[in-house]
Design a protein around this ligand. Structure first.
Ligand code: GLU
Length: 472
């Protein structure tokens, strides 16, 4: 049975890169009938941000990527938060020391800094000079009782690690380039490398699907599997996500924040659809997918290696396609928080659905709604330059009184009835098309563009429509 995991560190907001990793893991699990695990990698106590775990879980839920196992969900392989699993890492570290594949290091930070400085001055790659690896084992064990220490991986000095990656194919790593990685820190917390490998093994993860930035860690991880006597999982490293300048999209860039996009009212299904394409494509020209369709189409072997540029314009296009497909009642519900401080916040549900239905096809984000709904405002806005020109046109001067006459002769008409006589008025004075409709639109809304007049008239009501027309 396939078991995959998303293993974020709670160091801040969920980033689009993290969401993509979660998505591909989710899709792979669903596709293969496997299990999608969420594991929180919180062993870096300095970078830990409180509340980040809850917000990660919330974002995954909003996007429909609910894990099968994880914190607050349960499962047979818990706990799923690394800081609650420290005993397991200590046991593994002890096993590595006992087998001679790890050793305690007592070097002070000052010494390590000094070593690095000297290496840099000589133009060498910086790395631990393995001083403590040479210590006599019994002496080292004795010093562990009284001195602070870290535990380091004893990387073989020669040879290479052969790796087959599901995305990158064969990648070999000469061991001479691999540093004696710290596995256990002096605060008693494991580093990412030890905890990650121990957990992937004990949670029986079959496929590690994660960002390209971890490819470089593979030799360390494969050595750990070897030394712990465990068969490694398969690995797939996903290509970088780049910004418009083709640099890695950093956590600090606003475009990378998942919460940021959701707060602006991109539909979660649209964000997921767009993000799915950052490193994968279905091999045909389909571009619009919901989560179920993505699950059907997804194949790990179609993940590409080259970095993908995060393009907000393309995201906007996909987002618009999702608005066109979504149910209006659903959008109206999601729209409420975006309208609560506007005059539309107090509208009854069915009126809101009417208005939203008339602008839905043009939306990219829900935060566009206050602007898009302006033509429905109860307060007639001062007409802009274009609008004033239409009102001043000769056509308007004949057509507006003609319409007003017809409207006044009606008895409590609905919007359709109002529109029928607009056509009649046009015929009577010999004005049609834009010359007929634009002055009316401007008279009703103060604007030259906007939703269908029928919906606008229905919203304004007969009295207000007459009122606005009389003032022209
Ligand atoms: N905790 C790591 C991260 O936040 C996980 C890397 C991995 O999936 O192995 O990216």
């Amino acid at each position: 049975m396939t078991r995959v995991r998303f293993a974020p560190s709670p160091t801040g907001d969920l980033h689009v890169g993290g969401l993509r990793t979660a998505l591909y893991n989710y899709l792979y699990a669903r596709k293969t009938g496997g299990v999608f695990v969420l594991r929180i990698e919180d062993t870096d106590r300095e970078r830990h941000v409180s509340g980040a775990t809850d917000s990660l879980i919330e974002m995954l839920g909003i996007c429909g990527l609910t894990p099968d196992e994880g914190p607050g969900i349960g499962g047979d392989y818990g706990p799923y938060i690394q800081s609650e699993r420290l005993d397991i890492y200590h046991e593994a570290a002890q096993q590595l020391i006992d087998s001679g594949n790890a050793y305690p290091c007592f070097c002070s930070q000052e010494r390590l800094d000094q070593v690095r400085k000297e290496q840099q001055a000589r133009g060498e790659t910086a790395g631990y000079d393995r001083k403590c690896r040479a210590l006599d084992k019994s002496e080292a064990l004795k010093r562990m009782e009284s001195e602070p220490y870290v535990i380091r991986l004893a990387v073989p000095l020669e040879g290479e690690i052969k790796h087959y990656d599901l995305v990158w194919g064969e990648v070999d790593f000469p061991l001479a380039d691999v540093d004696d990685q710290v596995l256990m820190k002096s605060d008693g917390f494991p580093t990412y490398h030890l905890a990650n490998v121990v957990d992937d093994a004990s949670m029986e993860i079959t496929h590690v699907i994660r960002g390209e930035e971890w490819l470089i860690s593979v030799p360390k991880h494969l050595l750990l599997y070897r030394f712990l006597g465990i068969k490694p999982p398969k690995f797939a490293h996903l290509p970088l996500i780049l910004n418009q300048d083709r640099q890695k999209l950093s956590k600090r860039e606003g475009a990378g924040s998942v919460a940021g996009w959701l707060e602006r009212g991109i539909l979660p299904q649209a964000l997921i659809n767009y993000i799915a394409f950052l490193g994968w494509n279905p091999g045909d020209d389909r571009e619009i997918f919901n989560l179920k369709e993505l699950t059907d189409a997804f194949q790990l072997k179609r993940v590409n290696r080259s970095g993908s540029v995060f393009d907000p314009t393309k995201l906007g296009w996909i987002a618009n396609e999702h608005f066109k497909r979504a149910g209006t009642a659903e959008i109206a519900l999601l729209a409420k928080p975006f309208l609560k401080d506007t005059e539309f916040g107090a509208l009854a549900d069915d009126s809101l659905v009417q208005l939203i239905g008339s602008v839905q096809k043009s939306l990219h984000r829900l935060d566009e709604l206050p602007e898009k709904l302006k033509p429905f405002s109860a307060h007639y806005p001062p007409p802009d330059e274009d609008a004033r020109q239409w009102l001043a046109s000769d056509g308007a001067k004949t057509v507006i009184p003609a319409i007003l006459d017809k409207w006044k002769s009606l008895d409590e008409p609905d919007a359709d009835a109002l529109l029928v006589v607009v056509n009649e008025a046009g015929k009577a004075v010999g004005v049609k098309g834009k010359d007929l409709w634009m002055p009316l639109r401007v008279a009703m809304t103060g604007m030259t563009a906007g939703p269908e007049l029928r919906v606008i008239l229905a919203h304004l009501g007969y009295k207000e429509a007459i009122n606005r027309l009389s003032k022209m």
